[in-house]
Design a protein around this ligand. Structure first.
Ligand code: COA
Length: 247
């Protein structure tokens, strides 16, 4: 589930499914999407903060859910797709706090954040290709822009894990926090929320520039990703994970 609270103009979105390493289900994506959409229309929400649990931000999409989509033509109007669109359309500053593993969409959503805080034990990894998949959430466009092609390839195609320090050097993380990373991220989110909201919104929009190309890339990735969910090598990778779990 997603636990949603508010503090001083900050909407706090806490991923809370620790028994499954915060793997994201349809219901969780829906809650996240609704929260971001709400942020666009509610003037009392000045900033959103997304955070996880000690040692785990998220293990990415629920792999059991992925298997449900295999063999079906449409993944185009699912909760995950709504969430990906909401990330691109999000108009309020977004802060992330990472205190452990951040896998798959847990990595790529960071590319939509304005500030990312990580603890020293954070580990950022995107095993898309190993699972027979392709990068999503616009990361095939944002990754090279943010990190440069070589590092984006290493993260998104090779699937190498980036430590907090490496992610900091790569420009994916703003700060590595010894101690309470959630508190540091919340302090930053509150600082953002306390600033003049119109100037903040205008400034952020200028920095992000035109998001149409990003939106189109997200849609293109969704089409390819959806078709890959039925690829034999993909299904084999999912089944290997699920059977390892049962073994
Ligand atoms: N989808 C569904 N369930 C998941 C999951 C995921 N993405 N990640 C973890 N889980 C579940 C495990 O199946 C396990 O469930 P169980 O207790 O019912 O057996 C539970 O969460 C704990 O995971 P486990 O693998 O035992 O913990 P670990 O500490 O050994 O490893 C991870 C943690 C995150 C490294 C490992 O679970 C993993 O690799 N998960 C898959 C990540 C992934 O590929 N995500 C998709 C990206 S596109």
């Amino acid at each position: 589930m997603i636990r949603i609270t508010r503090q001083d103009g900050v909407q706090i979105l806490r991923l809370d499914r620790p028994d499954k390493k915060n793997a994201l289900t349809g219901a969780m994506y829906t809650d996240l999407a609704e929260a971001l959409e709400r942020g666009n229309t509610d003037p009392d929400i000045r900033c959103s903060l997304i955070c996880g649990q000690p040692e785990v931000f998220t293990a990415g999409n629920d792999i059991g859910d992925f298997l449900q989509y295999a063999g079906k033509s449409g993944m185009t109007e699912t909760p995950v797709v709504r969430f990906l669109r909401a990330l691109v359309r999000n108009e309020k500053p977004l802060v992330a706090s990472i205190d452990g593993i951040a896998i798959g969409v847990g990595t790529t959503l960071l590319m939509h954040c304005d500030m990312v805080f990580a603890s020293p034990r954070a580990l950022i990894r995107s095993p898309f290709v190993d699972l027979g998949l392709v990068p999503e959430a616009g990361s095939s466009l944002l990754g090279p822009q943010l990190l440069g092609h070589a590092r984006a390839f290493e993260l998104l195609c090779l699937g190498n894990a980036f430590s907090a320090e490496k992610a900091l050097r790569a420009g994916l993380v703003n700060e590595v926090v010894e101690g309470d990373v959630d508190a540091a991220a919340l302090a930053c989110a509150r600082e953002i929320a306390a600033k003049p909201p119109e100037a903040m919104a205008l400034s952020r929009k200028l920095l992000r520039g035109d998001t149409e190309a990003l939106f189109e890339r997200v849609e293109e990735e969704i089409r390819i990703f959806a078709s890959r969910l039925s690829a034999p090598e993909t299904i084999a990778a999912f089944q290997a994970f699920m059977s390892k779990k049962k073994a």
